[in-house]
Write a protein that binds this ligand. Structure first.
Ligand code: TXA
Ligand code: MG
Length: 303
């Protein structure tokens, strides 16, 4: 795998139908040109991802969102206000050449990462899921990324590491009734200010999920993820992530929920690297980010 810091070089790889790893403000992505189907299909192979789970198309501006999707007037202010940022909009598809899994809708996102915006402006739309093997935690550290994808991908566009740590908020704007499909740093309460009628999807138990990815096991390390309830049964076989020092094999201390989000996935990955049996997570603080953390941690528990 080649490593570059040049958005121009990375864009050339994309246009040649190759795969490129790149950072975003949320987590690392693995991308291909959204106009080259064979390249997009290759991502499924590398990630071992179920083929009915569609990708987010990353673009460099609001204008491109309006170009590639049909956006109702009453959604335009919301999109303009939140772009670029850690949020993905599911919209009716307008540009039929864009890669998708046969759905009439498309997920679009403009990452808040200057280097990547430069890359996307040169590369055109890039279809990219999170850069991790399917079902495993997303990756937030360059060191973990290189271990996972060495030899499997053509190029890594190196830039500032993700600083949010969990994937973007996904919101469905395909009808007049907006729905939050995946919580993220852009919280439900923040969205309510723009979309007073927004519904929360029941992200847990749905037979027919609105978002294909919701039905799969996600974010799970090999070790067992448990809530910390005041006791650690086997400290030598356990990792602990929370707000205080514990006598465990691995102890990751955070001061607030934002730092908790930033460190969650690298904690899971480190627990597996150390071959631990248990990853204890302390309950998050009760603020607007609690929802997001509960969502990701409960998924990692297999709930
Ligand atoms: O922060 C992020 O969103 C990261 C970075 C790399 O941008 N990407 C990411 O992609 O998390 P991925 O593929 O791991 O998650 C995308 C989610 C999946 O749950 C997928 O099912 C959903 O978005 N999705 C994609 N297209 C959709 C569509 N047309 N309708 C409903 N859900 C869609
Ligand atoms: Mg993912």
């Amino acid at each position: 795998m080649q490593i570059t810091q040049s958005p121009k070089v990375a864009a050339e790889y994309i246009q040649q139908g190759k795969l490129v790893l790149f950072p975003t403000e949320t987590v690392y992505g693995i991308g291909a040109s959204a106009f080259i189907e064979s390249a997009c299909l290759q991502i499924y192979k590398v990630k071992n991802r179920p083929q009915d789970n569609p990708f987010i198309i990353h673009v460099s501006s609001v204008e491109e969102i309006f170009l590639y999707a049909k956006v109702e007037e009453y959604y335009k202010d919301l999109i303009k206000a939140l772009v670029p940022g850690p949020i993905t909009f599911v919209l009716p598809k307008r540009e039929t050449r864009l890669f998708s899994t046969g759905l009439p809708t498309i997920a679009l996102r403009v990452p808040d990462h200057p280097l990547v915006l430069e890359f996307l402006a040169l590369a055109g739309p890039v279809a990219a899921p999170s850069a991790n093997l399917s079902g495993k935690p997303s990756i937030t550290l360059k060191s973990d990324l290189l271990v996972e994808f060495q030899g499997k991908v053509d190029l890594f566009l190196e830039g500032n590491e993700p600083n949010i740590g969990i994937e973007s908020t996904v919101v469905d704007l395909t009808s007049p009734e907006p729905t939050l499909l995946r919580p993220g740093k852009v919280t439900y309460s923040r969205l309510l200010k723009y979309l007073p009628n927004i519904k929360k999807n029941n992200y847990k138990k749905i037979d027919k999920p609105l978002s294909p990815g919701l039905k799969y096991r996600h974010y799970s390390p090999n070790c067992k993820v448990l809530w910390y309830e005041g006791e650690i049964l086997q400290p030598k076989l356990s990792g602990f992530l929370g707000f205080s020092l514990k006598k465990t094999k691995l102890n990751v201390i955070v001061v607030d929920n934002l730092e908790y989000m930033r460190k969650l996935y690298s904690f899971f990955i480190e627990c597996d690297r150390l071959n631990l049996s248990f990853a204890y997570c302390e309950k998050p603080l009760e603020d607007e980010f609690a929802d997001v953390l509960y969502n990701r941690i409960e998924k990692a528990m297999g709930m």
